[in-house]
Design a protein around this ligand. Structure first.
Ligand code: SF4
Ligand code: SF4
Length: 256
């Protein structure tokens, strides 16, 4: 979606001046043709061009050209992924280069960076802290309703990564780390390979729309089941052959 709209009015006499002057090839007149083609708006750099002596709006001998913001552009994106950021990212995907245009922002969006700018500042002389006074434990079931009391030692867990989109060693590595950190790893969609069985106490079975690899048994063996309601089409399918190919058997890790 173009950010700017370059409008050519009926006053145009097809002189071709705009095609010659615009270095961004918004206007084109093919060799041997008398008419300039409709402007290719998305290539236009917008109002910053008006300070340049090549600006087509000022060069047109008939004042037939005008520049405006595309009202549709403002409907694009959100606070984090602004229209400028989406467009800048698209340009990078198309060209492999950061956008030259100064009107596009492609780093932080309106959030000013969010976690992109997360920094830890440690004092030069840290105060002495008794480690026993610090706990990052989080009890997950505080209702005391008879279901499993689960306490994780760190306030993060490994999100679902489907078997098929990642390999078995990756899944087992995630599970082992969840074990070491006393937290959880999620199967994602695509199955619950048998090699994850030793880590059942640290696994979450994901039940997603495709139900790939979900069985009653894979639900019952874990303490947590994650329901995923929304997802675009996903080609991740269980590939149990990769499990057979991997010979190494990792031992069950000790509880921290
Ligand atoms: S410079 Fe103006 S008159 Fe000439 S082709 Fe472009 S729009 Fe038409
Ligand atoms: S305003 Fe500048 S970039 Fe846009 S069409 Fe005219 S010359 Fe090209």
């Amino acid at each position: 979606m173009p950010k700017y709209k370059v409008t050519r009015s009926d006053a145009c006499i097809n002189c071709g001046t705009c095609a010659k002057s615009c270095p961004y090839h918004v206007h084109e007149r093919r060799e041997g043709h008398n008419r300039v083609k409709p402007p290719i708006d998305y290539k236009c750099i917008g109002f910053e061009c008006q300070n340049q002596d090549f600006c087509c709006v000022g060069k047109c001998p008939r004042q037939a050209l005008s520049l405006s913001l595309n009202p549709m552009y403002e409907t694009l994106g959100d606070f984090r992924w602004t229209a400028d950021m989406i467009t800048g990212t698209w340009i990078m995907a198309e060209t492999g280069l950061p956008p030259e245009r100064k009107d596009l922002e492609y780093n932080t969006g309106n959030s000013g960076g969010g976690f992109d700018k997360l920094r830890f500042k440690f004092p030069a002389k840290p105060a002495k802290v008794d480690p026993s006074e610090i706990s990052t434990d989080i009890p997950l079931n505080r209702r005391k309703d008879g279901r499993a009391d689960v306490v994780i030692s760190t306030p993060v867990y490994g999100g679902g990564m489907s078997f098929g989109s990642v390999s078995l060693p990756t899944m087992v590595s995630k599970a082992r780390n969840a074990c070491i950190w006393n937290t959880f790893s999620c199967t994602g969609e695509g199955g619950y390979p048998e090699m994850l069985k030793p880590y059942d106490d640290h696994m979450i079975t994901q039940v997603a729309t495709g139900l790939f690899g979900v069985r009653e048994e894979t639900i019952q063996r874990v303490k947590i089941v994650e329901f995923k309601y929304a997802q675009a089409p996903n080609p991740a399918l269980a590939d149990t052959s990769s499990e057979k190919r991997t010979r190494k058997v990792w031992p069950k890790c000790a509880k921290p």
